[in-house]
Design a protein around this ligand. Sequence first.
Ligand SMILES: [Zn+2]
Length: 420
Amino acid sequence: MQLRMQKIGALIFRVTKNNMSLILKNIKNCVTWDSERGGMLIHENIDIAIEKDQIVEMGAHLGSADHAIDCSKNLVTPGFVDSHTHPVFLEGREKEFSMRLQGVSYEEIARAGGGIVSSVSGVREASEEMLIKKMTERMDTFLSLGTTTIEAKSGYGLDKDSELKSLSVIDKVNQAHAIDIHPTFMGAHAIPQEFKNDPNAYVQLICEEMLPAVRKQGIAEYCDVFCENGYFSSDMSKKILLTAKEHGLKIRLHADEFQNSLAANLAGELNAVSADHLMAISDEGIRALKENNVIATLLPGTTFFLGKTEYAPYAKMKALGLDIALATDFNPGSCHIQSMPFILSLACIYLKMDILDAIKATTVMGAKALQVEDEKGSLEVGKKADIVIWDLVDPVQIPYSVSKDCIDTVIKNGKIFKNS
Ligand SMILES: [Zn+2]
């Protein structure tokens, strides 16, 4: 069947009818989580049959379909699930990047009024349309890099109206874009300038005004807090997160990024879905995550982008059997990285992750960190057809090909996006 084509960012979208059937023929190597065995699996020479947006059959020599893609020379993996991003901002922060090259630290920049706070004026002044345009371009890039599901945080508004505007932007982009987006309210991303001398009053504003308004708006699924000494202390974070729970939001935390701030302990105490960053987590914090089934989401891109050398203690977490996800932490300041393939490289090189563990952490564990593992994150019958076809054969070639784009085609909900 000849498909009509349309260009979206770096992708050529092959327009498919809603009820089109698709078959990936004779896949050389198909790497995925296997729910029945509870482990990663490499299928060789397998077909995947797709009807509408779903995988309906997997096996050798399946029948025909409206459209077929020959994968006899290709590696195939699930689409990436990026469970931690900050994509609602206006402009990049290249100037700050230059300052850091001259030796000024991220914390010093933040104290001098840069950092997160400097993105705030951009979001406050921008129209919703402008933010939608910017975020849509970023989603095109994510999709071209193989990410099919994403979490997106507000948190550059830091007042009620601008936070609601940011969530509305996420919702509108989600409705229009092929990528599935899970919205998180993060009013507690930084203390805004006007509350610099009275941070507790800002916590009060979040609890008494922002969270009720966020609930009424009905977009956010999660509430996230930057729980770190000097930002939102463990006590402040606890107050915000308990209030968020009362308003029906599930919770996740930025935890122990720069120093042990007892954030992982709090994540365990409050049964957060995920605790993220964790470069400075204590042994006790690791145990708290394990005992309370909190997913540890590691963001090696941030350590790398900030030029730091201390990565999260992955080996200890693995030894204790934690669920571990990997995500980009894409944001304009501390991690301007959108590529999950690059995150795989960092995880293998710096966290010493095994390649199959790293693929697991970027697919099925990312899905678990967004509580969508029943329908996404693996290639199994009944799951969504969210698939990456690579110009590669062996999974280890993904992290090995650090600077090369090796994605041939992305399939999202059964629709085909060919990299141009
Ligand atoms: Zn973050």
